[in-house]
Write a new protein. Structure first.
Length: 404
């Protein structure tokens, strides 16, 4: 899955450009930087690669989500509909702007169930935030139609799906805004970084201001900049942007290897009787960073995960037990464990939503394994892994069927 696996000469070259001048900041220092603007260049490259009007870089994907929400006017008391299966960062971002995360079920796409979204809409709903989990995409036509019908903002968390597309459009460019994460384990990395992408210039400008203390960036002198709005510091550094610049240019190279290895594994596993696969709304747009599949029961799934690990086959994620990706294990939110005082209403609502039962999501996540796909495998290695996995999965399923 991750671009860090192929970190190399191209990344070093871009970082060295910055080290030559020593100007590590993305704004200002026009003379001494000698024409080196890595953050700006990466933003342009993102616009070109994903066919989107504007891109603004941030210090992380979490910061990108927070910034996008602020720029979209999402704030105190607003309800944001989001899935039970996501990385906890999506949740943190909603809280950071004072809004209320309203969790709803996912379906066999591992992303928002459109019917569950429709059912959760109240007069306080402001936005719907699909999360394109594990390299694949949400059901965007359905979600877009719901947002249009109810006049809601569609904000895409595309942090895990850089390079995925839906009906020809890059994920992240379908809603009012979308976000990418370039943290160390994402499809491409800056070490740490993120981006907001949008076709709306106003939203883009607000992101640029919000992430730099509100600076309007209109003049030559930072000290003389005006601050039309309150902002914070979520800036990316030139060193981080330099790594990302090399990586985004290699995205296609990564995707080709990833899709090849993904397809090798899938072609073998699809013959395992009893195994089923994640539904992909637009299979042509899948990045192949994970192959997610379902076993018939939770018990079989748990056994399969144990057996795969025992056989030394790493990278098989059982999110149902993972502390970071599924609501079931978000005890800090369920118990309202805040370091500092929180608005009482927001805290009560967070505890309410995270303590709900989600039987539909449980029934899916309890049987789901996401197997990550490495860029480092040769075709022969992918084939060997696939056959080992198939053998283990077959034997787990057969054993249970015999004893059932
Ligand atoms: C990684 C991730 C984020 C946050 O990104 P960071 O860069 O790690 O802050 C947000 N949402 C999802 C779904 C992610 O996987």
């Amino acid at each position: 899955m991750p671009g860090f696996e192929l970190f190399g000469a191209a990344e070093r070259k871009e970082v060295n450009d910055v080290l030559e001048t020593g100007i590590l900041m993305r704004y200002g220092f026009d003379g001494p930087r000698k024409g080196i603007w890595k953050a700006k260049e990466l933003e342009q490259e993102i616009c070109k690669t994903f066919n989107v009007g504007h891109a603004h870089l941030l210090s992380s994907g979490t910061a990108a989500l927070t910034t996008a929400m602020a720029a979209l006017g999402i704030g105190a008391g607003d309800e944001i509909i989001m899935p039970t299966f996501t990385f906890v960062a999506s949740f943190e971002a909603v809280l950071s702007v004072g809004a209320i995360p309203v969790l709803v079920d996912i379906d066999d796409t591992l992303t928002l169930d459109p019917q569950a979204v429709e059912n959760a809409i109240t007069p306080h709903t402001k936005a719907v935030m699909p999360v394109h989990m594990c390299g694949s995409m949400a059901q965007m036509d359905e979600l877009k139609a719901i947002c249009e019908k109810h006049k809601l903002i569609l904000l895409e968390d595309a942090c895990q799906a850089i390079g995925a597309s839906y009906k020809g459009k890059s994920v992240g460019t379908i809603g009012a805004a979308g976000t990418f994460s370039f943290d160390f384990v994402k499809i491409i990395t800056c070490a740490e970084g993120g981006a907001v992408i949008t076709n709306n210039e106003e939203i883009y400008k607000k992101c640029d201001q919000y992430s730099d203390h509100g600076h309007d960036h209109m003049g030559k002198d930072r000290g003389a900049d005006l601050h039309p709005y309150l902002g914070y510091n979520y800036r990316i550094s030139e060193l981080h942007a330099a790594v990302g610049l090399a990586q985004v240019r290699r995205l296609n190279e990564f995707l080709i290897i990833q899709k090849r290895n993904h397809s090798i594994i899938y072609e073998v596993l699809k013959n395992v009787e009893g195994l089923s696969f994640r539904r992909i709304p637009d299979p042509a747009g899948d990045t192949g960073s994970f192959l997610s599949f379902f076993l018939p029961t939770e018990e079989m799934t748990r056994n399969a995960v144990t057996e795969l690990a025992a056989a030394g086959i790493t990278g098989n994620f059982y999110w149902y037990d993972n502390n970071w990706h599924y609501v079931r294990k978000w005890q800090h939110l369920q118990s309202g464990s805040w370091m500092h005082r929180f608005p009482e209403q927001q805290k009560m609502q967070v505890m309410h939503y995270t303590n709900q039962a989600f039987p539909a999501s449980d029934a899916i996540m309890g049987r789901c394994v996401s197997s990550s796909v490495s860029l480092l495998w040769s075709e022969a290695q992918a084939q060997e892994r696939a056959e080992k996995m198939a053998g283990i999965l077959k034997s787990v399923i057969t054993k249970h069927s015999l004893t059932a």
